[in-house]
Design a protein around this ligand. Structure first.
Ligand code: EPU
Length: 318
C-alpha cells in the first residue's frame, strides 16, 4: 500500500535504545492489540512492553522521550478501541503493577494502597469481604485501577473519584510525583490526567461499614447489571457517555438502533449502548456504526453523543 507507514520502532532500534537490564519485563514486537483488548479488535503495536517495576518503566519513558518515540499506556484493555492500522510506537502495559494492601487503619476507615495494575474487581471483592464501603457501585466493571482512575469509572451514582485520596504518577518531564484526587480534574467518566502521564498507584479511603449492608448493595448492583447488560458477550462496555440528564442507551434504543450491524459489529439488543463483536469485527466497522448511531440520535433527539471508549491507533492507510 502506497502510503502505509512503517513502524517507528522495531526490535533492532528497541535493543539499541534500551538494554534488557534497564527495562526488565516482557517485550513483544508487532504485537496484535486484539490480544490485549476486551473488544478483540485492532492492528499491531510496534512494541508492546510490560515493565516489571517502576525503575524499568522510568527507564523506558526516558529512552522514548529521548528518541521522540510516541507511547500509550493500557491497563486491562477494557474500554479501548484500537484501530485496524495498529499503534505507531510503543504500548506500555501496566499489568505487572499489581501490589495492593491496607496502608493505614483507623477507627472508622481504612486507607488502601493499590498499584495501577490491580484489577478493580479485586478491590471490590476485598471491600465486600471486609465490609468496607465506598466502591460498591464499581462492581462488575472490568479493568485495572489505573484505567478506572484515568476514566473516572463508575456506575449507579458511584465513581472511583469518591474514594480516591491521592495518585502517584510518572511523566517524562516531571519524573515521579503525587497529586491529591481533587487536583486531577476528575469528572463524569473523564479526568485531566495528560496522555503522556502514567498512573503508578493510588491511595483510596474506604469507610468501615456493616458487612451485610455492603454485601447486599454489591450483590444487588451486580444483579441489575446482569439483567440489563450483555456481560457475556464481547464488548467494551458503554460506547458513549450519558448526555446530561439522560441515558445514551435509552436514546440509541428509542432511535431504533438495537440490532443495527456493520460487518461483525452489532448494537446490542440487550443494552443499546453496548456494541458487540460478533466474530471478526474490524475497528473501521465499529467506527462506522458509531457514526451511524450518532447520526440517528442527532436526527431524532438533537443530542450529540460523545464516545466513552478510548479510541487509539491509526487507520490501515496510516
Ligand atoms: N434503556 C433503554 N434501552 C437500552 C438501555 C437502557 O431503554 O437499550 C433505559 C433503561 O431501561 C433505563 C435507562 O435507560 O430506564 C438507564 O439505563 P441503565 O440503568 O442501564 O443505565 P445507563 O445510563 O444506560 C449507566 C452507565 C453504565 C452503568 C449503568 C448503571 C454510562 C454511559 N453508562 O448506564 O456504565 O453500568 O448506568 O449505573 O454512564 C459503562 O460505563 O461502561 C457502563 C456500562
Amino acid at each position: 500500500m502506497a502510503n502505509k507507514k512503517q513502524s517507528i520502532v522495531d526490535e533492532r532500534l528497541w535493543r539499541k535504545i534500551i538494554s534488557p537490564r534497564e527495562a526488565r519485563g516482557e517485550v513483544k514486537f508487532m504485537e496484535p492489540m486484539r490480544s490485549h483488548t476486551y473488544l478483540q479488535i485492532g492492528g499491531t503495536a510496534d512494541v508492546f512492553a510490560c515493565p516489571q517495576d517502576t525503575v524499568s518503566l522510568e527507564n523506558i519513558l526516558a529512552a522514548l522521550n529521548e528518541e521522540r518515540i510516541p507511547f500509550v499506556t493500557v491497563g486491562g484493555g477494557t474500554n479501548i478501541l484500537v484501530k485496524d492500522g495498529g499503534v505507531y510506537g510503543v504500548v506500555i502495559s501496566l499489568k505487572n503493577f499489581r501490589c495492593g494492601d491496607i496502608a493505614k487503619e483507623e477507627k472508622d476507615m481504612v486507607m488502601f494502597f493499590a498499584e495501577s495494575g490491580v484489577p478493580l474487581q479485586k478491590l471490590v471483592s476485598f471491600s465486600k469481604e471486609h465490609g468496607y464501603s465506598g466502591i460498591e457501585g464499581l462492581v462488575g466493571i472490568p479493568g485495572f485501577v489505573g484505567g478506572a482512575i484515568a476514566g473516572n469509572a463508575g456506575a449507579f451514582g458511584y465513581s472511583i473519584k469518591d474514594s480516591l485520596v491521592s495518585v502517584k504518577m510518572i511523566n517524562p518531564d516531571k519524573g515521579i510525583y503525587e497529586m491529591s484526587a481533587s487536583e486531577l480534574g476528575l469528572e463524569y467518566r473523564a479526568s485531566k490526567i495528560p496522555e503522556d502521564t502514567v498512573i503508578l498507584s493510588a491511595n483510596m479511603r474506604l469507610r468501615k461499614d456493616v458487612k451485610e449492608d455492603v454485601v447486599k448493595r454489591i450483590d444487588s448492583f451486580l444483579k441489575q447489571k446482569r439483567e440489563t447488560q450483555p456481560l457475556l458477550e464481547i464488548s467494551a462496555g458503554c460506547v458513549f457517555k450519558n448526555p446530561e440528564g439522560t441515558s445514551a442507551g435509552r436514546l440509541i434504543d428509542e432511535a431504533g438502533c438495537k440490532g443495527m450491524r456493520i460487518g461483525d459489529v452489532e448494537v446490542s439488543r440487550v443494552h443499546a449502548n453496548f456494541f458487540i463483536n460478533k466474530g471478526d469485527a474490524k475497528a473501521s466497522d465499529f467506527l462506522k456504526l458509531m457514526d451511524e448511531v450518532k447520526k440517528k440520535v442527532m436526527d431524532m433527539f438533537g443530542v450529540e453523543l460523545e464516545p466513552e471508549i478510548r479510541i487509539m491507533g491509526r487507520n490501515v492507510n496510516g
